[in-house]
Design a protein around this ligand. Structure first.
Ligand code: ATR
Length: 271
């Protein structure tokens, strides 16, 4: 049986094994998919051991996506652009290909379930590693404009600068934000547990769509904040997780699973 795993630190709570098991059942692909914990300083040795033992592919999660990009012998364009790899596949000659399916995962979930990206005015809150993965993919759909806003403004500006060849993208500080946006995407990692930072009320209104790249059993602080400002069209990042997994599965197996039923079946808390 071909063996796959998700490697991370921590990785105990990853939903990826369940998602890939559902894909395997649905498509009739024979494979096993486990969790592979790795100590923070032992990523490369764990990867090399996994593939030396005959492993077929890995998903890579925090905090190893940058190291995975360095380890891969070959990168897809989108992984190179992101500087981060969430999917490793072994070629027949033993070399590792690194891909990044996070951006396409977000794009698929957004366009299928929330709002079109083409010609949209899109605001992204946060400028961390996750944003770097999704910006090039979103720009490929030709939004009217894409703004990255971050607590540390210089980081948002630097990130935007790296992608200006791909479209209309800019960076700014959270404090300088003004309206009008069609889609607001939250990628501030504190949004999972803590409270939202102070944001100007004009950022959202009833016509805006709100997407949180994280998910939880309960509506996230960002989505609660959006709901309180009259936003009806809201979605959390569980669909993105399933969609990025489907793209990895496709890369490994050459088969594209249907995602809607898997999202509905496995969605935590049913929200
Ligand atoms: P990820 O991989 O999830 O993107 P990351 O690279 O650590 O994680 O990025 C975290 C993001 O959340 C950053 O944009 C960070 O802002 P700074 O660049 O200014 O640090 C943002 N963030 C984290 N905690 C925050 C908070 N309390 N208020 C505002 N932004 C916060």
């Amino acid at each position: 049986l071909d063996r796959y795993a998700v490697i991370g630190h921590p990785v105990e709570h990853s939903r990826s094994p369940q998602i890939h098991a559902a894909f395997a059942r649905q498509t009739g692909e024979a494979l096993v998919y486990d969790r592979l914990p790795a100590a923070p300083d032992a990523f490369v040795s764990a990867v090399d051991q996994f593939f030396a033992d005959g492993g077929a592919g890995l998903n890579v999660t925090l905090p190893f996506k940058g190291e995975a990009a360095e380890r891969a012998e070959q990168l897809t364009d989108r992984a190179e652009r992101a500087g981060a790899v969430n999917t490793l596949a072994r070629r027949d000659d033993g070399q590792l290909i690194g891909d990044n399916t996070d951006g396409i995962g977000l794009l698929r979930d957004l366009t299928a379930n929330l709002a079109p990206v083409q010609n949209a005015r899109i605001l992204i809150l946060g400028a961390g590693g996750a944003v770097r993965g999704v910006v090039p993919v979103l720009l490929g759909e030709r939004p009217t404009k894409l703004c990255v806003a971050n607590r540390t403004a210089a980081k948002a500006e630097a990130l935007a600068n790296d992608f200006t060849d791909l479209g209309n993208v800019s960076g700014c500080g959270l404090a300088e934000l003004t309206g009008d946006w069609d889609i607001v995407i939250n990628a501030i990692s504190a949004g999972l547990t803590g409270e939202m930072p102070e944001l100007p009320d004009t950022v959202l209104d009833g016509t805006t769509a709100a997407y949180d790249m994280v998910y939880a059993d309960e509506p996230t602080p960002f989505l609660r904040w959006a709901a309180a400002r009259g936003v009806q069209n809201r979605r959390d990042g569980f669909g993105m997780l399933v969609e990025q997994a489907a793209e990895s599965f496709h890369l490994w197996r050459g088969v594209r699973p249907k995602t809607a039923d898997v999202i509905a079946e496995l969605r935590p808390g049913g929200n």
